[in-house]
Design a protein around this ligand. Structure first.
Ligand code: AP5
Ligand code: MG
Length: 215
């Protein structure tokens, strides 16, 4: 059983790699971004509260995020192992996570920091198409011109551009990452094993590197 935190800037490939790893190691993929987008789609009270925050590329409040994560880590994820994608994103969240894990008698076996040059990130994100059904993503360049191609993961035909994947919002998200999330790596590294992996290259090459680090 493996508990992993994948950390890195928007577009580095956390979601793509988390999908591959969760299958391989049979662990629960906990993506806070996916959870928030699902809440927005459902029109729930939470969704209404966070919709504008997501669209602007800002961060949802620490209290709310910690409560969402607590619910998941207290549940079935504890039996299967888990992979956190998009959490923690602030030093306060990192500290709250450490406290929560101590309380639940759980730990993190690896914190994996993924890195890719900024220009690559912007190109990946502004061209990303996301699946409405399963949340997997692909790049516009891989979809035939003028053709509606199915999701590479589940076959669903409806792919859309995330509202926060415009160039302006992508740059704002990268700035938020530098300000709020970069320092989290060092904080987590004080308590748990830290590994650094390049997210450049094909998804398969990156997956091999991650396997090397986690396997
Ligand atoms: P979230 O959904 O977590 O977005 P993010 O961190 O900005 O990361 P992305 O999902 O954009 O990128 P990714 O690293 O998953 O890359 P992907 O694999 O898709 O968060 C969204 C928002 O929710 C936040 O802005 C915030 O408002 C809120 N939020 C979430 N968590 C929060 C928290 N803890 N606290 C407060 N607020 C929170 O890949 C990107 C693209 O590149 C895809 O098109 C993919 O196909 C392609 N690609 C992937 N790998 C490769 C490769 N190796 N080569 C070429 N292309 C590749
Ligand atoms: Mg993602």
């Amino acid at each position: 059983m493996l508990n992993v935190v994948l950390i890195g800037p928007p577009g580095v490939g956390k979601g793509t790699q988390a999908g591959i790893l969760a299958k391989r190691f049979e662990m629960d993929h906990i993506s806070t971004g996916d959870m928030l987008r699902a809440a927005v789609r459902s029109g729930s009270e939470l969704g209404k509260q966070v919709e504008a925050v997501l669209a602007a590329g800002n961060l949802v409040s620490d209290d709310l995020m910690v409560a969402l994560i607590r619910e998941r880590l207290e549940g079935d994820a504890a039996d299967t192992g888990w992979l956190l994608d998009g959490f923690p994103r602030t030093v306060a969240q990192a500290e709250a996570l450490k406290e929560l894990l101590d309380e639940l008698d759980q730990t993190i076996h690896a914190v994996v920091e993924m890195t890719v040059p900024d220009e690559v990130l912007v190109g990946r994100l502004t061209g990303r198409l996301t699946c409405r059904a399963c949340g997997a993503s692909t790049h516009r360049s891989r979809v035939e011109e003028g053709e509606q191609s199915p999701c590479p993961d589940c076959g669903e035909r409806e792919l859309y551009q995330r509202e926060d994947d415009t160039e302006t919002t992508v740059r704002a998200r990268l700035e938020v990452y530098r300000q709020s999330t970069d320092p989290v790596v060092e904080v987590l590294g004080r308590h748990y094993p830290l590994r650094k992996v390049s997210g450049d290259g094909t998804p398969r090459e990156v997956a091999e590197r991650l396997n090397g680090v986690l396997g």
